[in-house]
Write a new protein. Structure first.
Lengths: 424, 186
């Protein structure tokens, strides 16, 4: 049984309790930095009250991980570990959350995500080491999805504390009600099913409807909030500003190079405001123009938008569906020349709005994900597909955009398809 | 030119006669295509052998773009016997898919020729059986990693470390297919 030394107010849970060690963790600079990173990056340009941060989400994940652990009857050490992991799980997020990750990927030329950086920070940051000591390895271990270890599934699974918190929290702060679901029912029906040395996170059959509610909530939040077209335009503008800043040497590539010995120090010095400040450093660079436009909500518009799977011509459909980064760049450059727009200001992008929680159990296992397991009263396990009456169409929403300044919209709209046919 | 995963996926189905059963079969055929530098895709070890998220995404793309008709056949006997893919997806090129494939073939005839060659060998030697294709891909993956001549015993030992079960007869069958594909010698 944990003993809480502090309680903090939370709009979703009333009060969140913290142990002494958790308070110490919370007071470390890497965690305090999360107060300065908005949970939903540019979504506040669509939903003005979406100003909540990674900090309060981390507190929420810790709280939910603790409640799940209690229901699953973990021992004290495991309860502590999952709560620490919940608190620390997002410590590796960069400014503007996932948007920065994409930009960093472009800069490094290799895939590096916030989970990897989270591990690096927990391993190497003195302030965290001073609190956790060598038990930091137990925490890091929980960030790997492992279908045979229930502690991992609480932190990194289909029904993990992260998703349980962010859907309801983002829903609360955006005012979009779709992210809400029956939290108490889910917490009441999860179960620790032990089979030999393995333990599975299952849900009793009476929780199936709450699980359906949760899956649908996730899909609708993706459709309504996370992939909203205005947010997509804003995020793309930020990402382009980052690319330009590196190209124009406004920000040194070396500063963000993971091989740089000072990488973690540099990374942890960044938050949303400091990042924007850096991008504004050279007023002659288009990075500064884009950030100024973002700050004043002078957002680029959809010059072209199409749901890819609905394109009548199969050849064009194929070309757009498989266009990668290099081909986007070609398209942007040809379009810019065609309409006389600055080439930095034309941005092609594709959004795949699928809900991975609707993947079949077979597909989940193939992609190293844990399927939802439903437990009958007799203890037998079944896949969710056997009970679900809400199986969606197989087609994800695949939306292709070309964003541009509003004066070029008509021209872009007229020319995109022809240019793709001839040049891509 | 090197084929993208999406291009390779429709070409493999076309080369197999317009229909192919089993995602594993497609995954492994394209694996051989990447080894022969005809396709650009990244593979990593998985329960069924080398697996590519790129190819998995390409199959989703060609299905949702309506180039193929996807059907699932569930075989409980396969489940009881614990052979893999007891739920097997089959992919059939439809009219639009054929149109797209013809367009791609015209643009990359040499790449298509290479894919066709691989599919024909897999058909002739292994009847496109996902088990055989998977054994061959596992053996190749191990040999490529080790970069040396290996005995069956050594292959089997390394397979275990990757959570793969490979018995001598399976290795022999796999090696036979790899020889036909000119991916191993001796």
């Amino acid at each position: 049984m944990l003993s809480f030394s502090k309680w903090v107010r939370d709009p979703l849970y009333g009060f969140v309790g913290l142990t002494e060690t958790e308070v110490k963790l919370l007071d470390t600079p890497p965690l305090q930095r999360l107060r300065r990173i908005k949970q939903l990056a540019n979504a506040h340009l669509v939903y003005p009250s979406a100003m909540h941060t990674r900090f309060e989400h981390s507190l929420g994940v810790m709280h939910i991980a603790g409640r799940m652990a209690e229901q699953l009857q973990f021992g004290d050490d495991d309860v502590r570990a999952v709560r620490y992991a919940g608190l620390l799980h997002d410590v590796g997020h960069g400014p503007f959350s996932h948007v920065f990750e994409a930009a960093l990927h472009d800069i490094c030329g290799k895939s590096i995500n916030h989970e990897e950086i989270t591990r690096l920070i927990i391993q190497n940051e003195d302030s965290i080491w001073d609190v956790l000591g060598s038990s930091n390895d137990d925490v890091i271990e929980l960030f790997t999805e492992n279908g045979e270890r229930i502690q991992n599934q609480v932190i990194s699974g289909n029904l993990d504390a992260d998703k349980i918190d962010y859907l309801r929290r983002d829903s609360y702060h955006t005012g979009v009600v779709y992210g809400n679901f029956d939290l108490e029912r889910i917490l009441h029906t999860i179960h620790n099913k032990v089979d030999g040395t393995r333990s599975y996170l299952t849900l009793y059959k009476k929780g199936v409807d709450a699980l359906e509610n949760f899956r649908l909530a996730r899909f609708l939040m993706h459709a309504q909030v996370y992939h909203h077209h205005t947010r997509a335009a804003a995020d793309r503008m930020f990402q382009r500003a980052m690319e330009i800043a590196i190209r124009d040497n406004v920000i040194s590539k070396e500063f963000l190079n993971p091989r740089n010995p000072d990488f973690l120090k540099n990374y942890l010095s960044l938050d949303d405001s400091r990042m924007l400040f850096m991008l504004l450093k050279n007023p002659d660079s288009n990075a500064s123009t884009l950030v100024t436009a973002l700050e004043n909500r002078q957002l680029f518009k959809r010059g072209y938008e199409i749901e890819v799977t609905h394109i009548p011509d199969p050849i064009l459909r194929m070309k757009i569906a498989q266009m990668g980064k290099e081909k986007y760049r070609t398209l942007e450059e040809v379009l810019a020349e065609d309409c006389g727009c600055e080439k930095d200001f034309i941005m092609a992008d594709i959004h795949n709005i699928e809900n991975s929680l609707y993947k079949s159990s077979n597909e989940s296992i193939l992609s190293d994900k844990t399927p939802f397991l439903i437990e009958e009263n007799d203890g037998s396990l079944h896949e969710i597909e056997e009970f679900s009456t809400l199986l969606p169409t197989k087609d994800p929403r695949l939306i292709f955009y070309v964003f541009c300044p509003k004066e070029y919209r008509a021209h872009i709209k007229d020319r995109v398809e022809e240019i793709i046919r001839d040049n891509i | 030119m090197v084929l993208s995963p999406t291009e390779a996926a429709v070409m493999v189905i076309d080369a197999a006669g317009g229909r192919i059963a089993g995602r594993t079969a497609i995954q492994k055929i394209i694996y051989f295509g990447t080894v022969r530098n005809a396709v650009k895709a990244t593979y990593r070890p998985h329960y069924y052998g080398p697996y590519s998220a790129d190819i998995s995404g390409a199959l989703q793309t060609i299905t949702s773009c309506h180039f193929v008709d996807e059907a699932m056949d569930t075989d409980d006997s396969r489940k009881v016997n614990e052979t893999f893919e007891w739920k097997r997806y089959s992919y059939t090129l439809n009219d639009e898919g054929r149109k797209v494939t013809e367009f791609l073939k015209a643009g990359s005839p040499k790449d298509y020729e290479e894919i066709k060659k691989i599919v024909d060998i897999c058909k002739k030697t292994a009847k496109l059986d996902p088990n055989v294709l998977s054994w061959a891909a596992k053996v190749h993956y191990i040999i490529k990693q080790e970069h040396r001549q290996m005995t069956y015993e050594e292959v089997s030992k390394i397979a275990k470390s990757l959570n793969w079960q490979l018995q001598d007869p399976q290795i022999a069958t796999g090696v036979n297919l790899l020889k036909e594909l000119s991916l191993v010698t001796g």
